[in-house]
Design a protein around this ligand. Sequence first.
Ligand code: SF4
Ligand code: SF4
Length: 421
Amino acid sequence: MPDPIFYHSIKVDEKKCIGCVVCMKVCPTKAIRIKEKKAVVNAERCIDCGECYRACPYGAITPLTTKTSDITRFKIKVALPSPVLYSQFGSNVMPDQILNALKEIGFDYVYDEALACEMISIAIEEYLERNKSPRPIISSTCPVVVRLIQRLFPSLVSLIIRMEPPREIAAKNLKRELSKEHKISEQDIGIFHITSCPAKMVSINKPETMEKSYLDGAISIKEIYNQLMAQLKRKEHNFILQTQSQASGIGIGWAISGGEIRGIKQDASVSVSGVYDTIRILSDVESGKIKNIEYLECLICPDGCIGGPLTVENRFLAKSHILKLIRKFGGKNRIDISYVKQLYEKNFFSFERNIQPKPFSPLDPDKNEAIRKLKKKERILKNLPGINCGVCGAPDCESFAEDLAKGEKDLTIGRCVFLGE
Ligand code: SF4
Ligand code: SF4
Protein backbone atom coordinates (compact mmCIF):
# COMPACT_ATOMS: atom_id res chain seq x y z
CA MET A 1 0.00 0.00 0.00
CA PRO A 2 1.50 3.41 -0.85
CA ASP A 3 2.51 5.44 2.19
CA PRO A 4 -0.02 8.20 2.79
CA ILE A 5 2.15 10.01 5.34
CA PHE A 6 5.83 9.65 4.61
CA TYR A 7 8.00 9.61 1.55
CA HIS A 8 10.95 7.19 1.99
CA SER A 9 14.60 7.24 1.04
CA ILE A 10 15.39 3.55 0.51
CA LYS A 11 14.12 0.74 -1.63
CA VAL A 12 14.74 -3.01 -1.73
CA ASP A 13 16.11 -4.50 -4.94
CA GLU A 14 14.18 -7.76 -5.21
CA LYS A 15 16.71 -9.26 -7.61
CA LYS A 16 19.52 -8.93 -5.09
CA CYS A 17 17.56 -9.72 -1.91
CA ILE A 18 17.78 -13.34 -0.75
CA GLY A 19 15.60 -12.94 2.35
CA CYS A 20 18.45 -13.49 4.82
CA VAL A 21 16.60 -11.53 7.61
CA VAL A 22 19.66 -9.43 8.56
CA CYS A 23 17.89 -6.14 7.79
CA MET A 24 14.71 -7.27 9.54
CA LYS A 25 16.64 -7.98 12.71
CA VAL A 26 18.39 -4.59 12.89
CA CYS A 27 15.37 -2.40 12.07
CA PRO A 28 14.60 -0.40 15.25
CA THR A 29 10.93 0.11 14.43
CA LYS A 30 10.21 -3.46 13.25
CA ALA A 31 9.28 -2.13 9.82
CA ILE A 32 10.59 -5.11 7.81
CA ARG A 33 9.01 -8.48 7.10
CA ILE A 34 10.32 -11.28 4.88
CA LYS A 35 7.66 -12.35 2.41
CA GLU A 36 8.34 -15.03 -0.20
CA LYS A 37 12.05 -14.76 0.58
CA LYS A 38 12.18 -11.01 -0.03
CA ALA A 39 12.42 -8.11 2.42
CA VAL A 40 9.33 -5.92 2.40
CA VAL A 41 9.41 -2.52 4.14
CA ASN A 42 6.26 -1.33 5.86
CA ALA A 43 6.12 2.32 4.83
CA GLU A 44 4.11 3.32 7.86
CA ARG A 45 6.71 2.03 10.32
CA CYS A 46 9.91 3.02 8.49
CA ILE A 47 11.69 6.13 9.85
CA ASP A 48 14.51 6.14 7.23
CA CYS A 49 17.29 5.54 9.72
CA GLY A 50 19.31 3.55 7.15
CA GLU A 51 20.18 0.74 9.59
CA CYS A 52 18.91 -1.83 7.06
CA TYR A 53 21.01 -0.26 4.29
CA ARG A 54 24.11 -0.43 6.47
CA ALA A 55 23.47 -4.04 7.48
CA CYS A 56 22.44 -5.72 4.21
CA PRO A 57 25.32 -8.03 3.21
CA TYR A 58 24.06 -8.30 -0.39
CA GLY A 59 23.74 -4.63 -1.35
CA ALA A 60 20.01 -5.16 -1.90
CA ILE A 61 18.93 -1.91 -0.26
CA THR A 62 19.39 1.20 -2.36
CA PRO A 63 19.27 4.82 -1.20
CA LEU A 64 17.08 7.06 -3.36
CA THR A 65 19.34 10.09 -3.69
CA THR A 66 19.77 12.52 -6.61
CA LYS A 67 22.01 11.46 -9.49
CA THR A 68 24.68 13.98 -10.57
CA SER A 69 23.20 13.87 -14.09
CA ASP A 70 19.94 15.34 -12.68
CA ILE A 71 21.52 18.71 -11.94
CA THR A 72 21.61 19.73 -15.60
CA ARG A 73 17.91 20.68 -15.65
CA PHE A 74 18.74 23.92 -13.79
CA LYS A 75 20.25 27.09 -15.28
CA ILE A 76 22.36 27.65 -12.16
CA LYS A 77 23.65 24.63 -10.25
CA VAL A 78 24.74 25.06 -6.65
CA ALA A 79 26.52 22.53 -4.43
CA LEU A 80 25.88 22.80 -0.70
CA PRO A 81 28.34 20.35 0.87
CA SER A 82 27.78 19.08 4.39
CA PRO A 83 30.91 19.64 6.52
CA VAL A 84 31.18 15.81 6.54
CA LEU A 85 32.68 16.11 3.05
CA TYR A 86 35.77 17.76 4.60
CA SER A 87 36.51 14.52 6.45
CA GLN A 88 36.55 12.24 3.43
CA PHE A 89 39.85 12.87 1.67
CA GLY A 90 42.46 12.57 4.41
CA SER A 91 43.65 15.10 6.94
CA ASN A 92 45.86 17.09 4.57
CA VAL A 93 43.12 18.07 2.15
CA MET A 94 41.64 21.40 3.22
CA PRO A 95 38.02 22.60 2.86
CA ASP A 96 38.92 25.17 0.19
CA GLN A 97 40.42 22.48 -2.02
CA ILE A 98 37.25 20.44 -1.76
CA LEU A 99 35.01 23.43 -2.49
CA ASN A 100 37.12 24.17 -5.56
CA ALA A 101 36.99 20.56 -6.72
CA LEU A 102 33.17 20.70 -6.52
CA LYS A 103 33.17 23.72 -8.76
CA GLU A 104 35.38 22.00 -11.27
CA ILE A 105 33.11 19.00 -11.61
CA GLY A 106 30.23 21.13 -12.86
CA PHE A 107 28.66 23.32 -10.18
CA ASP A 108 28.38 27.05 -10.90
CA TYR A 109 28.40 27.94 -7.22
CA VAL A 110 29.60 26.14 -4.12
CA TYR A 111 28.45 27.24 -0.70
CA ASP A 112 30.06 26.03 2.51
CA GLU A 113 27.24 24.65 4.71
CA ALA A 114 29.52 25.06 7.73
CA LEU A 115 28.82 28.79 7.47
CA ALA A 116 25.09 28.18 7.92
CA CYS A 117 25.85 25.79 10.80
CA GLU A 118 27.70 28.56 12.57
CA MET A 119 24.80 30.93 11.94
CA ILE A 120 22.33 28.42 13.40
CA SER A 121 24.54 27.98 16.47
CA ILE A 122 24.00 31.66 17.23
CA ALA A 123 20.28 31.42 16.45
CA ILE A 124 19.87 28.41 18.80
CA GLU A 125 21.38 30.41 21.65
CA GLU A 126 18.91 33.17 20.90
CA TYR A 127 16.03 30.67 20.84
CA LEU A 128 17.03 29.18 24.20
CA GLU A 129 17.29 32.64 25.67
CA ARG A 130 13.81 33.66 24.49
CA ASN A 131 11.93 30.38 25.08
CA LYS A 132 12.28 29.60 28.75
CA SER A 133 10.35 26.36 29.21
CA PRO A 134 9.73 23.47 28.95
CA ARG A 135 13.05 21.64 28.65
CA PRO A 136 14.99 20.03 27.10
CA ILE A 137 14.70 21.65 23.71
CA ILE A 138 15.56 19.01 21.10
CA SER A 139 17.55 19.68 17.91
CA SER A 140 15.71 19.52 14.56
CA THR A 141 18.86 18.87 12.51
CA CYS A 142 18.53 15.12 11.95
CA PRO A 143 15.39 14.34 9.88
CA VAL A 144 15.36 10.75 11.18
CA VAL A 145 15.29 11.90 14.80
CA VAL A 146 12.33 14.13 13.93
CA ARG A 147 10.51 11.12 12.44
CA LEU A 148 11.46 8.93 15.36
CA ILE A 149 9.95 11.47 17.75
CA GLN A 150 6.80 11.84 15.64
CA ARG A 151 6.34 8.07 15.61
CA LEU A 152 7.63 6.68 18.90
CA PHE A 153 7.63 9.75 21.17
CA PRO A 154 4.74 11.91 19.96
CA SER A 155 4.47 13.63 23.35
CA LEU A 156 7.96 15.12 22.78
CA VAL A 157 7.16 16.77 19.43
CA SER A 158 6.51 20.13 21.10
CA LEU A 159 10.09 20.10 22.46
CA ILE A 160 11.68 20.08 18.99
CA ILE A 161 13.25 23.46 18.32
CA ARG A 162 11.06 25.36 15.83
CA MET A 163 14.02 26.28 13.67
CA GLU A 164 15.02 24.96 10.25
CA PRO A 165 18.33 23.06 10.02
CA PRO A 166 21.40 24.72 8.42
CA ARG A 167 20.94 23.08 4.99
CA GLU A 168 17.50 24.68 4.54
CA ILE A 169 18.58 28.07 5.88
CA ALA A 170 21.59 28.11 3.54
CA ALA A 171 19.46 27.08 0.55
CA LYS A 172 16.80 29.69 1.34
CA ASN A 173 19.40 32.43 1.47
CA LEU A 174 21.15 31.23 -1.68
CA LYS A 175 17.94 31.02 -3.73
CA ARG A 176 17.05 34.62 -2.85
CA GLU A 177 20.52 36.06 -3.38
CA LEU A 178 21.31 34.25 -6.64
CA SER A 179 17.89 34.98 -8.10
CA LYS A 180 18.41 38.71 -7.38
CA GLU A 181 21.96 38.71 -8.68
CA HIS A 182 21.23 36.88 -11.92
CA LYS A 183 17.68 38.21 -12.36
CA ILE A 184 16.27 34.74 -12.89
CA SER A 185 13.48 32.82 -11.24
CA GLU A 186 14.29 30.84 -8.08
CA GLN A 187 12.98 27.79 -9.95
CA ASP A 188 15.91 28.00 -12.36
CA ILE A 189 18.39 27.65 -9.50
CA GLY A 190 19.08 24.07 -8.40
CA ILE A 191 20.60 23.66 -4.93
CA PHE A 192 21.97 20.24 -4.06
CA HIS A 193 23.03 19.05 -0.64
CA ILE A 194 26.16 16.90 -0.81
CA THR A 195 25.30 14.43 1.87
CA SER A 196 26.24 11.42 3.94
CA CYS A 197 22.59 10.64 4.66
CA PRO A 198 19.80 9.20 2.49
CA ALA A 199 17.15 10.61 4.82
CA LYS A 200 17.99 14.15 3.67
CA MET A 201 16.06 13.25 0.51
CA VAL A 202 13.04 12.65 2.70
CA SER A 203 13.14 16.13 4.17
CA ILE A 204 13.59 17.58 0.67
CA ASN A 205 10.81 15.65 -1.08
CA LYS A 206 8.33 15.75 1.79
CA PRO A 207 9.32 18.50 4.23
CA GLU A 208 7.48 18.45 7.53
CA THR A 209 7.74 22.12 8.32
CA MET A 210 7.24 23.92 5.01
CA GLU A 211 5.28 23.62 1.80
CA LYS A 212 8.36 23.09 -0.35
CA SER A 213 12.02 22.57 0.51
CA TYR A 214 14.50 25.19 -0.71
CA LEU A 215 16.78 22.31 -1.73
CA ASP A 216 16.32 20.52 -5.04
CA GLY A 217 18.06 17.28 -4.23
CA ALA A 218 20.70 15.48 -2.21
CA ILE A 219 23.73 13.90 -3.87
CA SER A 220 25.46 11.09 -2.04
CA ILE A 221 29.11 11.59 -1.05
CA LYS A 222 29.69 8.04 -2.30
CA GLU A 223 28.42 8.97 -5.75
CA ILE A 224 30.52 12.09 -6.15
CA TYR A 225 33.65 10.87 -4.36
CA ASN A 226 35.66 9.53 -7.31
CA GLN A 227 35.11 12.64 -9.42
CA LEU A 228 36.21 14.85 -6.54
CA MET A 229 39.23 12.70 -5.78
CA ALA A 230 40.33 12.91 -9.41
CA GLN A 231 40.13 16.72 -9.25
CA LEU A 232 41.96 16.85 -5.94
CA LYS A 233 44.79 14.71 -7.30
CA ARG A 234 45.09 16.93 -10.36
CA LYS A 235 45.44 19.97 -8.11
CA GLU A 236 47.71 18.31 -5.61
CA HIS A 237 50.91 20.12 -6.52
CA ASN A 238 49.74 23.56 -7.51
CA PHE A 239 47.11 24.51 -4.97
CA ILE A 240 47.93 26.83 -2.11
CA LEU A 241 46.72 25.10 1.04
CA GLN A 242 43.91 26.39 3.30
CA THR A 243 42.46 29.83 3.65
CA GLN A 244 41.07 30.61 7.09
CA SER A 245 38.47 32.89 5.55
CA GLN A 246 36.44 29.92 4.30
CA ALA A 247 35.98 27.95 7.46
CA SER A 248 35.53 28.03 11.20
CA GLY A 249 35.84 25.18 13.68
CA ILE A 250 32.30 25.92 14.96
CA GLY A 251 30.57 25.12 11.67
CA ILE A 252 32.88 22.26 10.66
CA GLY A 253 32.24 20.66 14.06
CA TRP A 254 28.62 20.01 13.12
CA ALA A 255 29.88 16.98 11.15
CA ILE A 256 30.41 15.02 14.37
CA SER A 257 28.28 14.22 17.37
CA GLY A 258 28.60 17.04 19.91
CA GLY A 259 29.44 19.62 17.23
CA GLU A 260 26.11 21.35 17.44
CA ILE A 261 26.23 21.78 21.21
CA ARG A 262 29.88 22.81 21.09
CA GLY A 263 28.78 25.74 18.95
CA ILE A 264 26.09 26.96 21.33
CA LYS A 265 28.28 27.10 24.44
CA GLN A 266 25.45 25.96 26.72
CA ASP A 267 26.74 24.02 29.70
CA ALA A 268 23.58 22.04 30.32
CA SER A 269 23.50 20.48 26.85
CA VAL A 270 23.84 16.84 25.91
CA SER A 271 24.65 15.10 22.65
CA VAL A 272 23.72 11.52 21.80
CA SER A 273 24.31 9.55 18.62
CA GLY A 274 23.23 6.19 17.22
CA VAL A 275 19.69 4.98 16.87
CA TYR A 276 19.50 2.83 19.99
CA ASP A 277 21.10 5.42 22.31
CA THR A 278 18.81 8.07 20.85
CA ILE A 279 15.77 5.91 21.61
CA ARG A 280 17.12 5.37 25.13
CA ILE A 281 17.60 9.06 25.94
CA LEU A 282 14.26 10.04 24.42
CA SER A 283 12.56 7.36 26.57
CA ASP A 284 14.25 8.86 29.61
CA VAL A 285 13.13 12.36 28.66
CA GLU A 286 9.58 11.08 28.10
CA SER A 287 9.46 9.33 31.45
CA GLY A 288 10.76 12.42 33.25
CA LYS A 289 13.92 10.61 34.34
CA ILE A 290 16.13 13.23 32.71
CA LYS A 291 15.95 16.70 34.16
CA ASN A 292 17.95 19.92 33.98
CA ILE A 293 19.03 19.57 30.37
CA GLU A 294 18.73 22.74 28.31
CA TYR A 295 19.40 21.38 24.85
CA LEU A 296 19.52 17.86 23.48
CA GLU A 297 21.34 17.09 20.25
CA CYS A 298 20.43 13.65 18.89
CA LEU A 299 21.90 12.30 15.67
CA ILE A 300 20.80 8.92 14.40
CA CYS A 301 24.13 7.85 12.89
CA PRO A 302 26.97 6.59 15.10
CA ASP A 303 29.30 9.48 15.99
CA GLY A 304 27.01 11.86 14.09
CA CYS A 305 26.78 12.68 10.38
CA ILE A 306 30.32 11.41 9.68
CA GLY A 307 28.85 7.96 10.47
CA GLY A 308 26.23 8.41 7.72
CA PRO A 309 25.80 5.42 5.42
CA LEU A 310 26.70 7.39 2.26
CA THR A 311 30.26 8.20 3.33
CA VAL A 312 33.46 6.65 1.98
CA GLU A 313 36.09 7.30 4.65
CA ASN A 314 36.35 5.06 7.73
CA ARG A 315 34.22 6.70 10.44
CA PHE A 316 36.99 6.81 13.05
CA LEU A 317 39.48 8.38 10.67
CA ALA A 318 36.83 10.82 9.48
CA LYS A 319 36.23 11.89 13.08
CA SER A 320 39.93 12.39 13.62
CA HIS A 321 40.12 14.56 10.45
CA ILE A 322 37.23 16.72 11.65
CA LEU A 323 38.79 17.15 15.10
CA LYS A 324 42.00 18.25 13.42
CA LEU A 325 40.12 20.80 11.30
CA ILE A 326 38.29 22.11 14.38
CA ARG A 327 41.65 22.68 16.07
CA LYS A 328 43.09 24.26 12.96
CA PHE A 329 40.26 26.70 12.26
CA GLY A 330 39.43 27.43 15.89
CA GLY A 331 36.32 28.42 17.76
CA LYS A 332 36.11 32.08 16.81
CA ASN A 333 32.86 33.21 15.21
CA ARG A 334 33.21 34.49 11.67
CA ILE A 335 29.54 35.41 11.46
CA ASP A 336 28.30 38.80 12.57
CA ILE A 337 26.18 37.99 15.63
CA SER A 338 24.03 41.11 15.31
CA TYR A 339 23.21 40.14 11.70
CA VAL A 340 21.96 36.74 12.88
CA LYS A 341 19.88 38.40 15.58
CA GLN A 342 18.29 40.67 12.98
CA LEU A 343 17.39 37.64 10.86
CA TYR A 344 16.02 35.94 13.96
CA GLU A 345 13.73 38.92 14.60
CA LYS A 346 12.36 38.52 11.09
CA ASN A 347 11.62 34.81 11.75
CA PHE A 348 14.12 33.85 9.06
CA PHE A 349 14.99 30.62 10.87
CA SER A 350 11.50 29.60 11.97
CA PHE A 351 9.36 26.72 10.73
CA GLU A 352 6.56 27.73 8.39
CA ARG A 353 4.35 25.17 10.10
CA ASN A 354 4.68 23.04 13.21
CA ILE A 355 5.73 19.39 13.26
CA GLN A 356 2.79 17.11 13.98
CA PRO A 357 2.89 13.97 16.14
CA LYS A 358 2.29 10.86 14.01
CA PRO A 359 2.02 7.88 16.36
CA PHE A 360 1.74 4.39 14.84
CA SER A 361 -1.82 3.37 14.00
CA PRO A 362 -3.65 1.17 16.51
CA LEU A 363 -4.40 -2.45 15.56
CA ASP A 364 -7.69 -1.28 14.06
CA PRO A 365 -9.24 2.14 13.46
CA ASP A 366 -12.38 1.00 15.29
CA LYS A 367 -11.79 1.10 19.05
CA ASN A 368 -13.76 -2.06 19.91
CA GLU A 369 -12.17 -3.95 17.07
CA ALA A 370 -8.70 -2.76 18.19
CA ILE A 371 -9.38 -4.17 21.70
CA ARG A 372 -10.55 -7.46 20.20
CA LYS A 373 -7.40 -7.71 18.08
CA LEU A 374 -5.20 -6.84 21.05
CA LYS A 375 -6.72 -9.71 23.04
CA LYS A 376 -6.26 -12.02 20.07
CA LYS A 377 -2.62 -10.93 19.81
CA GLU A 378 -2.06 -11.74 23.50
CA ARG A 379 -3.63 -15.21 23.08
CA ILE A 380 -1.45 -15.97 20.06
CA LEU A 381 1.67 -14.70 21.81
CA LYS A 382 1.09 -17.08 24.73
CA ASN A 383 1.22 -20.01 22.30
CA LEU A 384 4.41 -18.93 20.56
CA PRO A 385 7.80 -20.14 21.83
CA GLY A 386 9.25 -16.65 22.48
CA ILE A 387 12.52 -17.55 20.73
CA ASN A 388 12.34 -14.52 18.37
CA CYS A 389 14.24 -16.41 15.65
CA GLY A 390 12.68 -14.52 12.72
CA VAL A 391 12.13 -17.66 10.58
CA CYS A 392 8.42 -16.81 10.29
CA GLY A 393 9.38 -13.60 8.46
CA ALA A 394 8.65 -11.26 11.38
CA PRO A 395 11.43 -9.80 13.59
CA ASP A 396 10.13 -11.37 16.82
CA CYS A 397 7.24 -13.42 18.22
CA GLU A 398 5.36 -10.31 19.30
CA SER A 399 5.41 -8.81 15.79
CA PHE A 400 4.32 -12.19 14.34
CA ALA A 401 1.41 -12.35 16.80
CA GLU A 402 0.46 -8.78 15.89
CA ASP A 403 0.52 -9.50 12.14
CA LEU A 404 -1.68 -12.57 12.74
CA ALA A 405 -4.11 -10.64 14.94
CA LYS A 406 -4.41 -7.94 12.28
CA GLY A 407 -5.42 -10.66 9.83
CA GLU A 408 -2.48 -10.23 7.48
CA LYS A 409 -3.18 -11.89 4.12
CA ASP A 410 -1.92 -15.48 3.67
CA LEU A 411 -0.39 -15.56 7.15
CA THR A 412 -1.13 -18.53 9.43
CA ILE A 413 0.18 -19.64 12.83
CA GLY A 414 1.82 -22.54 11.02
CA ARG A 415 4.48 -20.14 9.71
CA CYS A 416 6.14 -20.59 13.11
CA VAL A 417 8.61 -23.43 12.59
CA PHE A 418 8.18 -24.59 16.16
CA LEU A 419 4.44 -25.07 15.73
CA GLY A 420 4.63 -26.42 12.17
CA GLU A 421 2.30 -25.93 9.17
S1 SF4 B 1 19.62 -7.94 4.51
FE1 SF4 B 1 17.45 -7.71 3.95
S2 SF4 B 1 17.48 -6.75 1.92
FE2 SF4 B 1 19.53 -7.57 2.31
S3 SF4 B 1 19.47 -9.63 1.40
FE3 SF4 B 1 19.00 -9.90 3.57
S4 SF4 B 1 16.74 -9.80 3.61
FE4 SF4 B 1 17.35 -8.97 1.63
S1 SF4 C 1 15.38 2.59 7.20
FE1 SF4 C 1 15.39 2.03 9.38
S2 SF4 C 1 13.25 2.02 9.96
FE2 SF4 C 1 13.29 1.94 7.72
S3 SF4 C 1 13.22 -0.23 7.26
FE3 SF4 C 1 15.37 0.35 7.30
S4 SF4 C 1 16.00 -0.10 9.37
FE4 SF4 C 1 13.78 -0.06 9.40
